[in-house]
Design a protein around this ligand. Structure first.
Ligand SMILES: Cc1cc2nc3c(=O)[nH]c(=O)nc-3n(C[C@H](O)[C@H](O)[C@H](O)COP(=O)(O)O)c2cc1C
Ligand code: SF4
Length: 531
């Protein structure tokens, strides 16, 4: 008889912090003590400061211990941790840990709780209820629910998901495709990965509902090659879904077919841009396509293609299961529902925080993040990945929604040792390295931009070069074909505007940069009005 069930994450961050070694040490220790245990390799709850976090199922709930190292294992057994007893690493009932309890976990409700590759566990925790209801409702009503829910794309552009689905559904050409953008190239972001590693069936369910709604029969998950753990979890989950009738010619007896395959990227940031992604899936180098035609009407192999981000698809099942109103009731303004923020960089308590949209940056950085890991004063926060704007400490009361800041959920914290001129240079350099080369403002502009920042930092005609840099940023912003070139000015100009001293400039030198860095480009948008 198995006496104790333990949960040890198989998720990449936990594994990189030693979760595999901890699992092995626990197995060995239990065996030498002749104790019968069962280890479930779950996903992570996203509280990285406590990973590897080991949970033990007890009559009083799942008791968490962390961060556990292999060397702690013997003492955990000595303290009877299998009964949830006291130990210096004991964190208490997992669900009651304030960092987790204060979140609103809708999309990430199962992540870190279930065995990600167990279909039974998925179903026992509410999985496939959304699909069941979708089949009962029919395509039109499903699209109406998604529209009514207010869900907007979580991949960065914030486009209303229901409108996209309706456009794809109304397209006449067949076959139609559903493509999941799992490229997740933004530094400091990991929500897509955590879904794929921690709850892959949820993504499969969301894509299946989408396929039924728009009339697609084939789906692809475009996954970055840097995610081997996610790939393994997806391969296992897809195979299980096939063998249990949740994918294939007649999905759960509905009479509808849906096939799903993984396509691996080769490590180019631009392949996260949806049209470059399509090129890559079709076997070509990732170059951005002109729009129109929009993908919902004509994209993959020239056919109507519904493209959504991992979190967008993974949020659909709960919307369909609980109804549009349930989801809509969370959030603020036109930014409805919850969103997983990903706190990284120099944060004391980094990790994944799912909250209703509209939470302030200060709450994320201080209440959840605990300020800087170094304990030094916080100097800057970048919101929205490498193309996001920098905020100062005094700006942290901004509400995080689609209207005020980019809703790409990556948030990076920097302490007062950061050199913001280097960060601005890095933004231009990143653009130069990752540019697909199709349009001049980005391909050439990013290289000239790097040189101009070098000139300013090295006091070579700094004021003149600053003016040229400002002009160049406008050219990139308005003249780039996609948001890689279009958004790069945002980190550059916000660094200049708020941290001129790092460039050897005075505040009066950067006055002319202006107060409004609103940018909205096809493919992604980031709107940030500078106070
Ligand atoms: C340079 C660039 C990189 C992008 N990278 C990603 C990415 O890694 N993942 C993603 O979902 N969307 C990314 N996008 C946005 C996609 O083009 C697209 O808007 C998104 O996949 C649509 O899904 P959604 O409506 O569910 O957000 C990127 C856009 C640009 C311009
Ligand atoms: S902005 Fe850059 S990445 Fe985008 S199409 Fe132009 S060259 Fe390519």
């Amino acid at each position: 008889m198995t006496n104790s069930i333990l949960y040890i994450p198989r998720e990449s961050s936990a594994v990189s912090l030693g979760a595999d070694a901890v699992a092995e040490a626990i197995r060995k220790e239990a065996s030498s003590r002749k104790l019968d245990i069962k280890i479930v390799r779950n996903g992570s709850r996203g509280m990285f400061s406590h990973e590897p976090m080991v949970e033990v199922a007890t009559s009083g709930g799942r008791i968490a211990y962390g961060p556990v190292a292999a060397r702690d294992v013997a003492s955990l057994f000595d303290s009877n941790f299998l009964d949830g007893r006291e130990h210096r690493l004991r964190l208490g009932v997992a669900e009651e840990i304030p960092w987790l309890k204060s979140q609103t976990r809708l999309t990430f409700a199962r992540a870190g709780v279930t065995d990600p590759i167990s279909l039974d566990d998925f179903i026992a925790h509410g999985g496939y209820r959304g699909l069941k209801r979708a089949i009962e409702l029919g395509a039109d009503a499903v699209i109406a629910e998604v529209t009514e829910s207010g869900l907007r794309g979580r991949g960065g552009a914030g486009f209303p998901t229901g409108i996209k689905w309706k456009t794809a559904a109304d397209a006449l050409a067949t076959p139609k495709y559903v493509v999941c953008n799992a490229d997740e190239g933004d530094s400091g972001t990991f929500s897509d990965r955590m879904i794929m590693e921690g709850d892959p069936f949820e993504l499969i369910e969301g894509m299946t509902i989408a396929a039924f709604a728009v009339g697609a029969t084939q789906g692809y998950i475009y996954l970055r090659s840097e995610y081997p753990h996610a790939r393994r979890a997806l391969i296992e989950a897809i195979a299980t879904a096939y063998s249990n009738g949740y994918l294939g010619a007649n999905v759960v007896g509905s009479g509808k077919a849906f096939d799903l395959e993984i396509r691996l990227g080769a490590g180019a940031y631009i392949c996260g841009e949806e049209t470059a992604m399509l090129e890559s899936i079709e076997g070509r180098r990732g170059m951005v396509r002109f729009k129109p035609p929009i993908p919902a009407l004509e994209a993959l192999f020239g056919k109507p293609t519904l493209i959504n981000n991992v979190v967008s698809f993974a949020t659909v099942p709960i919307i369909i299961e609980r109804g549009a109103k349930f989801f809509r009731d969370f959030g603020a303004g036109n930014s409805r529902g919850t969103i997983p923020f990903q706190l990284a960089g120099n944060a004391k308590r980094p990790g994944l925080i799912e909250t209703p949209m509209g939470v302030t940056l200060r709450e994320i950085v201080y209440d959840y993040g605990g300020g800087t890991a170094s304990g030094r004063p916080l100097r800057a926060v970048q919101v929205g990945g490498p193309l996001g704007a920098y905020f100062t400490e005094s700006m942290l009361d901004v509400a995080l929604d689609f209207e005020s800041v980019a809703a790409r959920g990556g948030i990076l914290v920097f302490d007062d040792t950061v050199d913001m001129a280097r960060m601005a240079r890095y933004a231009m350099e990143f653009c130069a390295i990752e540019s697909c080369g199709k349009c001049t403002p980005c391909r050439i502009g990013s290289i000239r931009g790097t040189e101009l920042i070098d000139d300013i930092i090295n006091r070579r005609r700094p004021r003149e070069n600053l003016e040229v840099l400002r002009d160049l940023c406008d050219t990139m912003k308005f003249g780039s074909l996609c948001a890689l070139g279009g958004l790069t000015p945002l980190p550059v100009l916000s660094a200049l505007k708020y941290f001129p001293e790092d460039f050897g400039l005075a505040a009066s030198d950067v006055d002319f940069i202006g107060d409004d860095l609103t940018i909205s480009i096809s493919g992604a948008s980031s709107t940030h009005a500078i106070a």
